[in-house]
Design a binder for this molecule. Structure first.
Ligand SMILES: Cc1ncc(COP(=O)(O)O)c(C=O)c1O
Length: 345
């Protein structure tokens, strides 16, 4: 099979059975490996669909500029599509995003505008407001607005959902994935629930995100917001692409558990997946008591672990976050031992 360009290789990602990390789970568990997309994440699907829809609607014209606020993956995919189609790509990114991801964006030809992570969504310095403003200031620019652009969810309704249905021969009973814009989980979930209205959809959320509380109470509570480490899970706004009605439950997972699960996935399944995939596997652990042997669970693993080699796959970083114990024989351990000895004397 020969492809005319890289964009034709987007989608049709494999569904792979998990074995060693789910030996205590009473169900069949598969992972939808979105890292098999050429841009190494599920966001390739939405980038292509949103840009092609904008072309068809006349919102994006030859020589134009594509602008969005993105935590990294969507930006990379948008830049990839722009490279093929000849558009400029300007991305606003929060200062939380890893150096690896920033370098990847620049490698793909994008112009990156760094915005402070602590800026509230309404703050003109926030990455949302900066993108909006840049799209107004740059002539012939298209503001993608992935959180509120319905073509985001539609991309998954048209591709990821049908793929999962076909790959499980209609046997899928649970769909679990991280929610950020909500496009991946709700787009594919919408298609799957149309085929099987009993399908359970579980959204993975982070401590520091507003989504779970909003789902349970209808209240957008700013007090829920604080900095956290997982990328691509949870939100500090309420995106239009999250269909709260179709989601059975939001489950919060910790930064530490999620990082350890991602590492476990690599070592026990040979799958180097990203931080939010670790979060998704952790979520499965937290709901496992509700599963039966008849259940077929699909976990959406949104991106590739190579994007996090300087973070969750770096022991030093893990120790700096207290996600791993201090190294045996390390300075910290020696100091702690000597402090204890002094106190005992
Ligand atoms: C690594 C990663 N996982 C999961 C998600 C969640 O996908 P969605 O925005 O479709 O909810 C994202 C999106 O930002 C992501 O970058």
């Amino acid at each position: 099979m020969v492809y005319n360009n890289i964009l034709e290789t987007i989608g049709k990602t494999p569904l792979v059975r998990l074995n060693n990390v789910v030996s205590d789970i009473p169900a069949t568990v598969y992972a939808k490996l979105e890292a098999f997309n050429p841009g190494l994440s599920a966001k390739d699907r939405i980038a292509l669909h949103m840009i092609e829809r904008a072309e068809r609607l006349g919102q994006l014209k030859p020589g134009g500029t594509v602008v969005d606020a993105t935590s990294g993956n969507t930006g990379f995919s948008l830049a990839m599509v722009c490279a093929i189609k000849g558009y400029k790509c300007v991305l606003t990114v929060t200062s939380k995003v890893s150096e690896d991801k920033l370098n990847n964006l620049r490698a793909m030809g994008a112009e990156v505008v760094l915005c402070p992570q602590e800026a509230k969504p309404t703050d003109p310095r926030s990455y949302y407001r900066r993108a909006e403003q840049l799209a107004k200031d740059i002539p012939n620019a298209f503001y993608v607005n992935q959180n509120f652009n319905a073509d985001n969810g539609d991309a998954h309704y048209l591709s990821t959902g049908p793929e999962i249905w076909e790959q499980t021969h209609g046997r899928v009973t649970w769909l679990i994935g991280s929610a950020s814009t909500g496009g991946t989980l709700c787009g594919s979930g919408r298609y799957l629930q149309e085929q099987n209205p009993d399908l359970k959809v579980v959204a993975v959320d982070a401590f520091g995100s507003v989504l779970k509380k909003y789902h349970e109470t209808g209240v957008y509570d700013e007090n829920e917001i604080y900095a956290y480490r997982i990328e691509g899970t949870g939100k500090n706004i309420i995106p239009a692409n999250i269909d709260f009605e179709m989601i059975d439950r939001f489950v919060k997972v910790t930064d530490k558990d999620s990082a350890l699960r991602a590492r476990e996935l690599a070592r026990k399944e040979g799958i180097l997946a990203g931080y939010s995939s670790g979060a998704t596997l952790q979520c499965l652990q937290q709901i496992k008591d509700e599963l039966t042997p008849e259940d077929v669970v699909v976990l959406i693993f949104a991106d590739h672990g190579s994007k996090y080699v300087s973070k969750i796959f770096n022991d030093e970083w893990m120790r700096s976050q207290d996600f791993l114990p201090a190294e045996e024989g390390s300075e910290e351990l020696k100091k702690a031992t000597s402090d204890i000895q002094k106190a005992l004397c």
